[in-house]
Design a protein around this ligand. Structure first.
Ligand code: ASP
Ligand code: MG
Length: 440
């Protein structure tokens, strides 16, 4: 059995949904198809939630009506027969009535999660109606019956496995299942989600739970590329990556894959393929246990990073200093990405600065603190690159005229990270594209 996940743009237009139906019926392998919401829908639902939380019901209503109008025209192109159209209209009625009822209830966080869940519920139900019209045998598998997170908001593959087994067993003989990405139930049994972009994570968790032969992530570009195509002129697709390499790239800026989606696949050793719905024949990228080769594979950039420099003469020859520093970040549940130290100072980077003021205040009780916002982490990824002294030399040769604020080298064998001011990101990515890959 395999898992195929289609992102928002892959189901974003009626004709794209038609194409998805072709792609999932190309081979005879049993499969679970995971769908995102139609592109733009989750953003609209977020806005609706924001208007409601600000008690702006009029704007929320306008937004709900606009979304409904959009879906009304969507279904007219999606299906052809009056029977299917009627079914699709019934689905819209159910979900938009729900949103309109919410308008009249007082807003709370749990209700907001219900609002956010509407996108994936709509896309899967409408797609199922289209499949039915085409006579493609399948079953709709409600993700809320099996996808769950624990009290720490963490999904547990074993728990999901048990529930998905039960859900699948209700459809003996079926070979094709359609389910929602992103949505789940939390420890209280309420509707919740795996955070924005979480459909990839759903796919990977399902693939791990059913021990799938492969987890295919279908998007609108042909796999991971060696550099950011929005910044540099020329990029090349990467045919094969190891889980470790892919995890670094996904975390440090390669937008194609949700970073959390690597671990379930890696833990249960399920190959992940990144494929393109617009160009289904393209090879894409396969992510497996072993790296294909030694050497630099790609660079990626992560913006909106804050660097915090913590300086204290007490650090000199002292132990326990770093623990005190880390405890403060831990207390405010703020992950640290990069760290560099000297004898009297330590610099760390964070991408979530929600608690920055409190963190700085506590650090200042025993050190002098400097904060630099607007930084970018440039991550250079490849198998065993840290073992090749040549890589570091080439990196710095490519970066003439760049002020490198921090360097992290040797933490893992397949990553070198640099911190630069975001204003220099373009120069750095372009410099590395020519210096490391010979591309312009
Ligand atoms: N629809 C959700 C989002 O836009 C989840 C996803 O598409 O991965 O974030
Ligand atoms: Mg996505």
């Amino acid at each position: 059995m395999k898992v195929m996940k289609f992102g928002g743009t892959s189901v974003g237009k009626p004709h794209r949904m038609h194409e998805v139906a072709n792609l999932i019926t190309k081979d005879n392998e049993d499969k679970i198809v995971v769908l995102s919401a139609v592109s733009g829908t989750t953003n609209s639902l977020v806005e609706i939630g924001n208007f409601l939380s600000a008690n702006n019901k009029a704007e929320a209503k306008t937004k709900i009506d606009a979304l409904e109008a959009q879906y009304r025209s969507f279904i007219k192109e999606l299906v052809a027969t009056p029977e299917a159209l009627q079914k699709a209209e019934d689905v819209l009625k159910e979900h938009f009535e729900f949103l309109n009822i919410i308008l009249r209830i007082s807003y709370n966080e749990a209700l907001n999660k219900d609002i956010l869940a509407q996108g994936e519920l709509l896309s899967t139900k409408l797609f199922s109606i289209y499949l039915g019209e085409k006579g493609i045998d399948h079953a709709l598998l409600p993700a809320l019956d099996f996808m769950s997170i624990d009290a720490n908001d963490e999904p547990q593959v074993e728990a999901i496995r048990e529930k998905i087994k039960t859900a699948l067993a209700q459809h003996p003989g079926k070979k094709l299942f359609i389910t929602q990405g992103y949505i789940c139930r939390n420890a209280k049994g309420e509707v919740d989600n795996l955070k924005r972009g979480g459909s990839d994570y759903s796919a990977s968790l399902i693939a791990a739970a059913i021990k799938a032969s492969v987890c295919e992530i279908w998007t609108d570009i042909s796999g991971m590329h060696n550099n950011d195509p929005r910044v540099v002129n020329k990029t090349i697709p990467i045919e094969q990556l190891s889980f470790d390499e892919a995890a670094e790239l996904a975390y440090f800026g390669a937008k194609i894959l949700h970073p959390a989606s690597i671990w379930p696949a890696q833990q249960y050793n399920i190959p992940v393929k990144l494929l393109n719905t617009m160009e289904p024949e393209a090879k894409g990228t396969i992510i497996v246990e072993k790296a294909a080769s030694v050497g630099v594979k790609a660079v990626a950039a992560k913006d909106s990073i804050t660097a915090v420099n913590i300086r204290s003469s007490r650090m000199l020859l002292a132990y326990g200093f770093l623990r005190r520093v880390f405890e403060i970040f831990e207390k405010y549940r703020t992950p640290i990405d990069m760290i560099t130290t000297s004898e009297v100072a330590v610099s760390v980077t964070i991408d979530n600065d929600a608690s920055l003021t409190e963190i700085v205040r506590e650090l200042e009780s025993f050190s002098t603190v400097g904060v630099d916002k607007g930084q970018t982490i440039i991550c250079i990824v490849g198998n065993e690159i840290a073992a090749h002294p040549d890589t570091l030399k080439k990196v710095f040769e490519s970066l003439q005229n760049v002020d490198v604020r921090m360097v992290s080298y040797g933490g893992s064998a397949h990553n070198i990270s640099l911190l630069v001011d975001s204003a220099q990101k373009t120069d750095v990515l372009k410099g590395l594209n020519s210096g490391l890959f010979g591309l312009n």
